[in-house]
Design a protein around this ligand. Structure first.
Ligand code: ZN
Ligand code: ZN
Ligand code: FE
Length: 768
């Protein structure tokens, strides 16, 4: 027997770690203590070597869902003969606790109690414990104590208080603890128009969602009603995913023509009825973060055709709050989409929701636990058997990303689309929940709100602000106008992409970076997005890229993608371009545009140079007859990917596309695609081969760069790497050539991740 001092490092404070250790020590019959230290959690136990190993292994395996152990150190000492195990108050003056846990999906223990008629929380829609429930979304201030949350207004009953104070109870210091006696309640409201006025009518007000009530809700859904449901980080609009008419109605009311809707399914077995699910995907669906997971559609299911039109995948998630579990026990497939008009941030307040959603929802299922921080559902997928997050929000934010180096506080304001912000401090990076596209005034308010939230929960107000170089991004303009008194540093968009991926992988020094996305402002004031850099955390050199083509009319070509297709036709076929327009059956509504386009190009009026892979995908979609207009970001590329996924077989060779070793010529690719299409080659084969034209071009260029610069590490980032065919095959091809390839996991490859890269770049630059 010896006395062991064990130090746990990582995210171990404020996440229920000490009571967890207490219970494990009791389980192993060990005496000693557990204590928070300023940089770790310290545990002392008296034990033999073997029990100690079992004890540590058990902790590693079962640690609380919001915790993350990065390092364990231990040493042995003389016995002190402890005779019990205690949670000891720290003697050191601790730094203010900065780790606010993320919201966590209802755990198994709570679900069991929820459906156990003998439990006092039977059918109680707000059941939670130390391992699950709301966190970030109910926070008013730090530290994370009940009095600083929206649970403050509910006075704990004696039974709850006893559990809250008992270190052996699984609700010890569960701040949102509640029960039907003392906690929040739900109510169902109907919204009607009566003599020209909106009228709300409360139908039921309850503390337990009995089967009677869930049947009422089920019947409404089955009748084709749309219900706004208040959830964890905001409201959802909810309707029957198998009813074409109601999905159509929801699209009309929400002004969302074709963008796919997420589906919440009853359980993993229901999910398997509508999608193919690998073991890794199943684990991701069932993880405590409970994101929407992108999964391959099965054919001939009951899901309505207009849920995810023209795509090969569904976004599917499992119930993650008790309310969801209670509703979904009566129904298998529900549309669960953020409650807002398209492009607006998610609603959180009851009043706000009724005001903003009364034209969309027929009923409201509300409750009286206030949501204080907006948090959308996260979105993730599994690529090459590894999870990758596309929208970093509920369940992930604000859990910090642990950095390899230490930084003084910096706040980075991200991009324009899929905006998120990031604060780095010490060796942590705190990425905010997803904010959205900053074209929208409500999203701009939410952006400003998020800056305040992130400052509060990280307990800093950084003096250094990192922004994108783009002169008209709202985030950049906001900094230049409202944060003038701070030090503002501009960062190139794709450099930020690459460094975000490096930071999350904990690597530094020179890498080959491949950054592919829709739009990013280049140092030459052109639009970049098909870039190959030699980069490190401070600097980059643009070593290769897709050759410039033109966006006729600038920004508008992002929606009217036929403009890019037509540019290529004119560039390739000159006077004969209209002939090819007809041969390829490209439909364009604007006759005026067609009449003037050639002159517009010749005179170079409002034409923007662009090297973006996203825009090249758009052009190829036009050429392949997939679509001429884009209703949402990435639509054309996603539909092309869905078509390409149908093809298996040999690919067309496009190796001539790489020119002068480091440049990709898009005209050669498009010319060949047109010729082959007119010869009758299938769209599927052409779409699939186009992906490989890009993959093989990158591989060729990377090999050249490796020869020249002796760099073997490749970092991939940018929104185009949400494309499965492109990403998986590029990683595999590069790996086959013995490159060491780094890709994203928790930080999104799209613009939702660039704030992290911005912060790190500025942090590194200012170190000298
Ligand atoms: Zn729980
Ligand atoms: Zn209670
Ligand atoms: Fe980008």
């Amino acid at each position: 027997m010896k006395r062991y001092r064990i130090k746990f490092y990582g995210i171990v404070q404020g996440v229920g770690f000490r009571p967890f250790i207490y219970r494990v020590a009791k389980k192993f019959n060990l005496n000693g203590f557990v204590q928070n230290r300023s940089d770790c959690v310290l545990v002392e136990v008296e034990s033999d070597q073997e029990t100690l190993q079992d004890f540590i292994n058990f902790i590693k395996k079962n640690s609380p869902p919001a915790s993350k152990i990065t390092k364990i150190e231990y040493s042995s000492h003389k016995l002190k003969n402890y005779h019990d195990f205690k949670i000891v108050k720290s003697k050191e003056k601790l730094k203010k606790l900065i780790h606010i846990p993320p919201d966590i999906a209802t755990c198994k223990d709570c679900i069991n109690e929820l459906f156990n008629p003998d439990d006092r929380r039977y059918l109680y829609p707000f059941i939670n414990c130390t391992n699950c429930g709301p966190r970030l979304t109910i926070i008013k201030d730090i530290p994370y104590d009940r009095k600083n949350t929206s649970m403050n207004k509910f006075k704990m009953c004696n039974n709850c208080l006893k559990e809250y104070e008992n270190p052996e109870d699984r609700r010890f210091h569960a701040e949102p603890i509640a029960c039907p006696e003392c906690g929040p309640q739900v109510f169902l409201m109907e919204i009607k128009v009566e003599s020209g006025r909106w009228k709300e009518e409360e139908i039921i007000h309850i503390s337990r969602l009995t089967s009677h009530v869930s049947r009422i809700i089920k019947n409404l859904l089955k009748q084709g009603k749309i219900i706004a449901i208040k959830g964890l980080g905001g409201f959802h609009l909810c309707c029957d995913a198998t009813n074409f008419e109601v999905v159509k109605k929801l699209r009309e009311r929400k002004l969302r023509e074709e963008k796919p809707f997420a589906i919440m399914v009853r359980n993993i077995n229901s999910a398997k009825k509508i999608a193919y699910i690998s073991q890794d995907e199943e684990n991701l669906l069932l993880s405590p973060q409970c994101p929407i997971v992108l999964l391959k559609k099965k054919k001939n299911t009951t899901i309505a055709d207009n849920v995810a039109p023209s795509l090969d995948k569904y976004g599917i998630m499992l119930p993650y709050t008790p309310i969801h579990h209670l509703i979904l026990r009566e129904i298998d497939f529900l549309i669960m989409t953020s409650a807002n008009l398209t492009d607006e941030p998610i609603c959180i307040e009851n009043r706000e929701a009724i005001e903003r959603l009364k034209d969309i929802a027929d009923y409201f299922l509300l409750h009286n636990r206030d949501i204080l921080v907006r948090c959308d559902d996260s979105i993730a997928a599994v690529f090459n058997e590894k999870p990758v997050v596309f929208r970093h929000s509920r369940g992930y934010s604000p859990s910090p990303i642990i950095l390899k180096k230490v930084f003084s506080p910096i706040m980075a304001l991200g991009g324009h689309l899929k905006n998120s912000i990031c604060i780095i401090k010490d060796n942590y990076a705190f990425l905010s929940p997803h904010i959205g596209d900053l074209d929208n005034p409500l999203a701009r308010d939410f952006f400003i709100e998020t800056i305040e939230t992130m400052k509060k929960i990280t307990d800093t107000d950084p003096e250094i602000i990192a922004i994108d170089m783009h002169p008209t991004y709202f985030s950049s303009q906001f900094a230049l106008m409202k944060l003038r008194h701070k030090k503002i540093v501009k960062v190139q968009h794709h450099h930020a992409h690459i460094v975000s991926c490096m930071a999350e992988n904990g690597i530094s020094g020179k890498v080959i970076g491949i950054a592919c996305d829709g739009t990013g402002y280049g140092t030459d004031e052109n639009i970049w997005g098909g870039e190959i850099f030699i980069a490190d955390e401070k600097n980059f050199k643009r070593s290769g890229h897709i050759n410039y083509f033109k966006l006729i009319g600038g920004e508008i070509a992002i929606k009217e993608i036929y403009r890019i297709g037509i540019y290529f036709l004119i560039k390739i076929f000159g006077e004969k371009w209209e002939e090819y327009l007809n041969l390829l059956e490209i439909n364009v509504n604007s006759k005026i545009f067609l009449k003037n386009v050639k002159r517009i190009i010749e005179k170079n009026v409002n034409c923007v140079n662009c090297s973006s892979l996203g825009r090249l995908f758009d052009a190829v979609s036009v050429i392949l007859g997939i679509r001429e207009y884009s209703n949402y970001e990435g639509q054309a590329a996603m539909e092309m990917e869905a078509i390409a996924q149908k093809y298996r077989g040999d690919i067309i060779d496009f190796s001539e596309a790489v020119q002068n070793n480091f440049f990709i010529n898009p005209e050669l690719i498009i010319k060949k695609i047109i010729e082959l299409r007119l010869k009758g080659e299938s769209i599927e084969k052409l779409a699939y081969s186009f992906h490989f034209a890009i993959i093989n071009a990158f591989v060729t260029i990377c090999k050249k760069l490796r020869d020249e610069f002796k760099i073997n590490r490749i970092v991939l980032s940018g929104g185009c790497f949400q494309n499965r065919i492109l990403t998986e095959n590029l990683i595999n091809e590069l790996t086959n050539y013995n490159f060491e390839v780094f890709f994203h996991a928790i930080v999104p490859p799209n613009d939702g991740g660039i704030s992290l890269g911005q912060a790190i770049i500025v942090g590194e630059k200012l170190k000298n």
